[in-house]
Write a protein that binds this ligand. Structure first.
Ligand code: ARG
Length: 433
């Protein structure tokens, strides 16, 4: 008899999948439930797994590993898929895949299974990650290979076998939660013109209903990792959870995104990610203070590349690994504090400071104590502008392909004798060539 480790949420689909795998594949099923925070762990999962026919049920609290090894490295890179999605679901998949592989090896299983459909990104992420870690394991996705049952059929299927059914009423949406964010899709959201109904949101208040007084929070970073809120050092999971509650209560962290799935489909997704959105903005602000302009420019490329690779399920490929190492190294100076104001759904950076700041007030100031060498600017600009002057001398000045501006702009010209509207083109500068 073969043995399969099933990634088990405790919902109806995966509960039915336990029985389906036993009956259709003649397999012994061991379930693995991973708590990645954000309310993802359902009450009584292990009991339900056994009632569905699992021989053993693992429940692992992976919240701390998830934050430290997946969310924070992604934050250090400011990784946002298509510039907006903080990748919550995508980040949890390689973690769960690795745990599936570890439990499979420990249990001597020859396959792992997951409840993804054939249309989404998650199936790709699981399959690719599992095979990167252990190519000998088979990956079975019941929903992709014949277990396509409607909700009613699933309830009937479960009832006939005495499988305990989760009592929660059917959500009109497909939702995935972890402490880095909530992902919501399907139902009325499939029309990208339809505004998200209020019941989509659970972690954020409507910006109009946010408290009248804005909140300000000081986020402390050490090496690009958030370590404190308002000067109080907090363990990583607690820090993220607290920030989720605070920013969410001010309506910050809602994202409405038509995104490009890996499988070629455009899909409308709603996300709630109050902590991730706030942390990325704060982290960026601190980088603006502590990194050089070359690092800032290059890191934007790395950020996009990492976001894409994470989204595409390539966490365990060589480029992903090396880019993470690069980002990690670049973060050695990203230490300091950022003041963030949360106000009716909007977030503003209102202050930042760091012992390693590259901002030098004596250079930036326009006050009398200015330490900047103004005279030196002349020589600098002479050299900096040298290529343009050479270009003009050898190939003609930019004047040759510039359209006169002043002719088309209403102007009043005042000379000693009084004002007159200037219908005439300015005398100098209109002759070309
Ligand atoms: N589109 C997101 C992603 O691919 C979220 C998918 C989450 N799944 C869900 N059932 N809502 O990362």
């Amino acid at each position: 008899m073969r043995k399969v480790i099933l990634a088990y949420s405790g919902g109806l689909d995966t509960s039915v999948a336990v029985a389906w795998l036993r009956e259709t594949m003649d397999a012994e099923v061991v379930t693995l439930t991973v708590d990645v925070g954000g309310g993802s762990l359902r009450e009584g999962v292990e009991r339900r797994a056994i009632s569905a026919g699992a021989s053993r049920a693992y429940v692992l609290d992976a919240r701390q590993r998830f934050v430290l090894d997946y969310c924070f490295p992604s934050l250090q890179a400011n990784a946002l898929y298509q510039g907006v999605y903080p990748l919550a679901t995508a980040l949890a998949r390689p973690l769960i895949a690795q745990l599936l592989v570890e439990v499979a090896q420990r249990e001597g299983a020859d396959a792992v299974a997951h409840g993804c459909t054939g249309k989404g990104n998650d199936q790709v992420r699981f399959d690719v990650a599992v095979h990167a870690l252990d190519p000998s394991l088979e990956v079975i996705a019941p929903m992709r290979v014949g277990m396509g049952l409607s909700r009613e059929q699933e309830i009937e299927y479960a009832g006939a076998r005495g499988i305990e059914i989760p009592i929660t009423k059917a959500s009109p949406y497909s939702v995935d939660n972890n402490l880095w964010g909530r992902s919501i899709e399907t139902g009325v959201l499939e029309d990208p013109w339809t505004a998200p109904p209020a019941d989509v949101y659970q972690w954020t208040v409507a910006p109009g209903q946010a408290p009248a007084t804005p909140a300000e929070v000081v986020i402390g970073f050490d090496g690009g990792i958030p370590v404190s809120l308002d000067g109080v050092r907090l363990p990583p999971v607690e820090l993220v959870d607290r920030l989720t509650a605070l920013a969410g209560s001010h309506g910050v962290g809602r994202i409405d995104h038509v995104e490009d799935r890996l499988v070629g489909i455009k899909s409308r997704e709603i996300y709630e990610a109050p902590a991730a959105v706030t942390l990325v903005a704060a982290h960026r602000a601190l980088e603006g203070l502590t990194l050089t302009k070359e690092q800032l420019r290059f890191n934007r490329l790395v950020s996009d590349e990492l976001a894409q690779a994470t989204y595409d399920g390539l966490w365990f490929n060589a480029l992903h690994r090396d880019l993470r190492d690069y980002v990690q190294s670049s973060q050695r100076v990203v230490t300091g504090e950022v003041r963030v104001r949360l106000d009716h759904g909007s977030l503003a950076i209102v202050g930042r400071r760091s012992e390693l700041s590259l901002y030098d007030r004596s250079l930036a100031t326009y006050d009398a104590d200015d330490a900047y060498d103004h005279a030196a600017a002349v020589g600098f600009i002479k050299i900096f502008g040298l290529p343009l002057r050479t270009e003009a001398a050898r190939q003609g000045s930019a004047w040759a392909w510039t359209k006169p501006l002043v002719d088309g702009i209403p102007a009043v010209v005042t000379s000693a004798g009084g004002s007159e509207p200037s219908g005439e083109p300015a005398a100098a500068g209109t002759s070309k060539g």
